[in-house]
Write a protein that binds this ligand. Structure first.
Ligand code: ADP
Length: 286
């Protein structure tokens, strides 16, 4: 079976495969580096039922970011299914650990990505955050979008997963009332949507690449909040970014409110170790 699958990939590449090595680091799918006589490719495979849909939205998102001509993404070669194996095949990025100069480039290019705006918050298509569904229903108000499409569904899922109890969770109305005065003058910017430092690659010549996007149009500070949640971004990144988009009013509060979404996602994906961090923010604001 495996042999037939890689034969299929070889046909797709129209080149003989010289080596296949496993790549570690992915939470969701299996990953491989494939080397042919003249190029190196990155292949993700998954056999879960909705994997093809997941890979298709990922491929579309990588192309959407690339089309802004602000920050690079790996070039998508193919996205399809062979028997029960869904796969996403793309350019392999030879990466190095980022220097302060690379982080400066990343900060500048992310700020430029965020200059791509839209008439509404959300996206035409729903997508995924990790393996969880992320609804992107186009909405005119950021407050409504962030509560209805982001916080509320993850809170509901946490209750369903018995990771939170109903009395620990604010109602939609409580969240909307509390956040209304905080969410002022927010524009729908194109976001990466899952910007932790594992989703950045710096190529050997110092070009930043974004991988694993969960794009939509939202407050650009959502991406900045995610960079601060798990860290790993240097001061030169923040200096370069905030030179283009200066820090806004209520930024510290918004950062925690946006981190709450990612913490809820982690609670739902990885379990109770994220409970205390979630409860701390819920108690502080609602
Ligand atoms: P998952 O969706 O399963 O979390 P990732 O897309 O994060 O998988 O990929 C797993 C690892 O493979 C990443 O941590 C990254 O280091 C590496 N990687 C991802 N895409 C590429 C690429 N195009 N070229 C080289 N390495 C990559």
């Amino acid at each position: 079976m495996e042999q037939a699958f890689f034969k299929h990939i070889e046909n797709k590449l129209s080149a003989k495969i010289n080596s296949i090595t496993s790549v570690s680091g992915g939470d969701i799918s299996s990953a491989f580096r494939i080397i042919t006589s003249d190029q190196s490719f990155f292949l993700k495979t998954n056999t879960v039922l909705n994997a093809l849909n997941m890979f298709q939205t990922e491929a579309e998102a990588l192309k959407t970011i690339a089309n802004t001509n602000t920050i690079s993404t790996p070039k998508v070669i193919d996205c399809s299914k062979f028997e029960n194996i869904s796969f996403l095949l793309m350019e392999f990025i030879e990466s190095k650990s980022p220097s302060s100069k690379d982080f400066k480039t990343l900060g500048k290019q992310l700020a430029q990505l965020h200059q791509n705006t839209n008439p509404y918050f959300g996206l035409e298509q729903d997508n995924f955050i990790g393996s969880l569904k992320q609804s992107n229903k186009p909405t005119n108000s950021w407050n409504l979008f962030y509560v209805n499409e982001r916080l509320f569904p993850q809170l509901q899922l946490a209750i369903q997963n018995q990771l939170l109890i109903e009395s620990e969770c604010p109602s939609k109305e409580q969240m909307l009332n509390k956040l209304e005065p905080i969410f002022q003058n927010i524009k729908p910017s194109l976001l990466h949507g899952d910007l932790w430092n594992g989703n950045i690659l710096i190529s050997e010549n110092g070009s930043p690449y974004l991988i694993d996007p969960a794009i939509y149009y939202g407050d650009r500070e959502v991406d900045m909040a995610m960079t601060k949640l798990f860290g790993g971004f240097s001061n030169s990144f923040y200096d370069a970014y905030y030179t283009i988009h200066p820090i806004t009013e209520n930024s510290a509060i918004k950062t925690e409110i946006y981190q709450l979404y990612y913490l809820l996602v982690h609670l739902n994906l990885f379990g109770r170790s994220y409970y205390n961090a979630v409860i701390t923010i819920l108690k502080k604001y609602f």
